[in-house]
Ligand binder design. Structure first.
Ligand code: TYM
Length: 322
């Protein structure tokens, strides 16, 4: 099954990225799976150049630590494959200003950036290019990327209607639990690399003490009943959802086992620690050998270009480029 997904090398990975995306990537990897660290997308965040460079290779290490195997799938850095930016330009000419103006993430991010740049606005077109360049059928992502994938589908359909059958129609795939992990301090807002406070997010690099403290202090409610109910108990439901995504059970079944919030939090903290400790150890070992990481993404870029180059040329020819 041809798969593509991407992740921005901003900040450091949190547990929402892990259960919403990285864990899914590892379990669905195969010879036809392409995963990229989208450094071109991260430029829209106005990151300091040295930080961007450092974080890009850091995210490569985290993706390997969470289970990607470069012998099985293809892992690469987006900017190493020139077709992404080239394809984005082609697709900008089949996307309307109105469509991009309706993107929720754009509207939210634009509010937080003063004098935001054009790249923030056209960001979803670059994401559509990422997906369509690989003839991806499935795009494993968290819930917050649904609207962007819908747009990629609309662009593909419009392109195919206007210029002839060129692109494969992709579908977004969300995990059944953990597609939208919320901020531990503000459970009505998603856990986010750019917005959440350190106490609101569990980072993959957190040590056991930090994890225990954050879960213990996670905002719940005062009615005292352990029940999975997003409407009235968002904080507790978020903890149950996180628990379920790590244990493979149903959130309702976990809720049924507990009568006290404190016990649930204690067991959840132990489960998170148990899940993250081996990942952290693998990350540190991988990060200690930057040359090996560079070799993996170099090979990945070659494999990615071999697949996306012909698709780019197909699209360019269809549009009439000589
Ligand atoms: P990004 O880098 O913000 O997030 C990476 C992945 O993590 C998921 N995610 C979450 N899942 C559950 N709970 C959360 N709180 C949470 N926060 C983030 C995201 O849904 C995503 O799957 N535009 C994309 C990157 C991208 C991309 C692509 C994705 C660029 N090109 C092509 C798929 C296909 C983004 O900014 O993700």
């Amino acid at each position: 099954m041809r798969i593509l997904s991407g992740i921005q090398p901003s900040g450091t990975p949190h547990i929402g990225n892990y259960v919403g995306a990285m864990k899914q990537w590892a379990s669905s990897q195969n010879a036809e799976a392409f995963y990229c660290v989208v450094d071109l997308h991260a430029l829209t965040l106005q990151i300091d150049p040295a930080t961007l460079r450092e974080q890009t290779i850091d995210w490569v290490a985290w993706l390997l630590a969470t289970g990607l195997d470069p012998e099985v799938c293809t892992l690469f850095i987006q900017s190493h494959v020139p077709y992404h930016a080239q394809m984005a330009w082609l697709l900008e000419n089949v996307t309307t200003f109105g469509e991009l103006s309706r993107m929720t993430q754009f509207k939210e991010k634009a509010q937080r950036q003063e004098g935001y740049r054009v790249g923030l606005f056209t960001y979803p077109v670059l994401m559509a290019a990422d997906i369509l360049l690989y003839d991806a059928r499935e795009v494993p992502v968290g819930d917050d990327q649904r609207q962007h994938i819908e747009l990629a589908r609309e662009i593909a359909e419009r392109f195919n209607n206007r210029f002839g059958e060129t692109f494969t129609m992709p579908v977004g795939v969300q995990p059944t639990v953990g597609a939208r992990i919320m901020d531990l301090q503000e459970p009505t807002r998603k856990m986010s690399k750019s917005v959440s406070s350190p106490m609101g997010s569990i980072y993959l690099r957190d040590d056991p003490k930090e994890i225990e403290k954050k879960i213990k202090k996670a905002v719940t409610d005062t009615d005292g009943e352990v029940r999975f109910d997003w409407e009235t108990k968002p904080g507790l439901s978020n903890l149950l959802e996180l628990f379920a995504s790590l244990s493979g059970e149903k959130p309702e079944a976990i809720a049924a086992r507990y009568s006290r919030y404190g016990d649930l939090k204690k067991d959840l903290a132990a489960l998170v620690v148990e899940s993250l400790v081996p990942i952290g150890a693998r990350y540190r070992a991988l990060r200690a050998d930057p040359a090996a990481l560079a070799a993996i993404v170099e090979r990945g870029a070659r494999k990615a270009a071999a697949v996306s180059g012909p698709v780019y040329r197909r699209a360019a020819e269809a549009m009439g480029l000589f």
